[in-house]
Design a protein around this ligand. Structure first.
Ligand SMILES: C[S@@+](CC[C@H](N)C(=O)[O-])C[C@H]1O[C@@H](n2cnc3c(N)ncnc32)[C@H](O)[C@@H]1O
Ligand SMILES: Nc1nc2[nH]cc(C(=O)O)c2c(=O)[nH]1
Ligand code: SF4
Ligand SMILES: [Mg+2]
Length: 257
């Protein structure tokens, strides 16, 4: 098991900027170009979208967190050994304080930001891990998580899920980037092809096919077992990169992994 530390402390009294933190733990990066690299994960709570399949339910549909000062977060990161830090969520870029956290960590760590691609940042980032959301992610009464009524989120999610200006800004901003799509089946590929063409049209930075990653949808080993081979075959057929979800293979849907 990864080194873990549940963020289950009382809200801090510390002064200064704070972030709502759902969990903070060391594991292996499970997804994308850096899969397998030991990394400390800082998971903020709160999101501007509501994917029906969100594997971080307690940061989106039902946000849960402790408020931590930036100094406390940095100290928790420093107490772990990885040289890579992954700032994720929820959607980390909904919080202005995320920029300050990234700036505080930038001199000492390789920084990956996991983002849905609808918001921009001015902060230092080494790898912008952008996961634009496709139509197949939109919540409906039929696909929503158990006991959840998507209500206004069907329309709000659908309206907000793609912002080409934000995508161009994120692609240009960081030392490296990846466009990491959650794929539910063959029908998603037409939208991916069209969106990648649109993003290429709004930036001068080269987006090669190996910067485009197809990731199978699945929160559990059982769900991934049903999607991964089709998604791998689609990556091979379309010339895009496949990314596993190593953490799901290794630790299923356990928290802090
Ligand atoms: C929980 S999100 C947090 C960051 C940001 N909100 C985003 O969506 O990119 C972290 C990563 O998990 C992916 N993800 C979430 N639920 C998933 C699922 N059921 N299957 C595969 N990937 C999923 C997201 O697309 C994103 O790449
Ligand atoms: N091991 C592991 N790798 C990850 N890569 C991106 C993650 C995320 O939730 O953003 C994630 C995660 O939750 N766990
Ligand atoms: S954008 Fe990310 S955090 Fe928000 S609901 Fe979708 S997968 Fe979850
Ligand atoms: Mg995750």
């Amino acid at each position: 098991m990864p080194v873990s530390d549940t963020v289950a402390r009382d809200d801090t009294d510390a002064e200064g900027e704070r972030l709502p933190i759902n969990e903070l733990f060391a594991s292996l990066q499970g997804e994308g170009k850096l899969a397998g690299v030991p990394s400390t994960f800082v998971r903020t709570s709160g999101c501007n979208l509501r994917c029906w399949f969100c594997d971080s339910f307690h940061t989106s549909w039902e946000p849960t967190h402790a408020w931590m000062s930036l100094d406390e977060i940095v100290a928790e990161v420093e107490s772990r050994s990885p040289e890579h830090v992954v700032v994720t969520g929820g959607e980390p870029l909904v919080h202005d304080e995320t920029d300050a956290l990234l700036s505080a960590l930038a001199d000492d760590y390789h920084l990956t930001v996991e983002t849905n691609g609808t918001l921009e940042t001015d902060a230092p980032v080494d790898l912008a891990s952008i996961s634009p959301k496709l139509a197949s992610s939109t919540p409906t009464p039929d696909n929503a998580p158990a006991d959840v009524d998507p209500g206004v989120w069907t329309e709000r999610h659908e309206t907000a899920r793609v912002d080409l200006d934000a995508l161009a800004s994120l692609v240009e901003h960081a030392a490296d980037f990846q466009l990491k799509f959650v794929v539910t089946g063959r029908d998603d590929l037409d939208e991916i092809e069209s969106l990648v063409a649109d993003v290429r049209g709004v930036t001068d930075r080269e987006i090669s096919d190996s910067d485009v990653l197809l990731m199978p949808e699945g929160q559990t080993r059982e769900q991934l077992a049903r999607t991964r081979t089709e998604v791998a075959d689609l990556a091979a057929a379309f010339g895009y990169r496949y990314t596993p979800r190593l953490h799901v293979d290794l630790w299923n849907d356990a928290p802090e992994t």
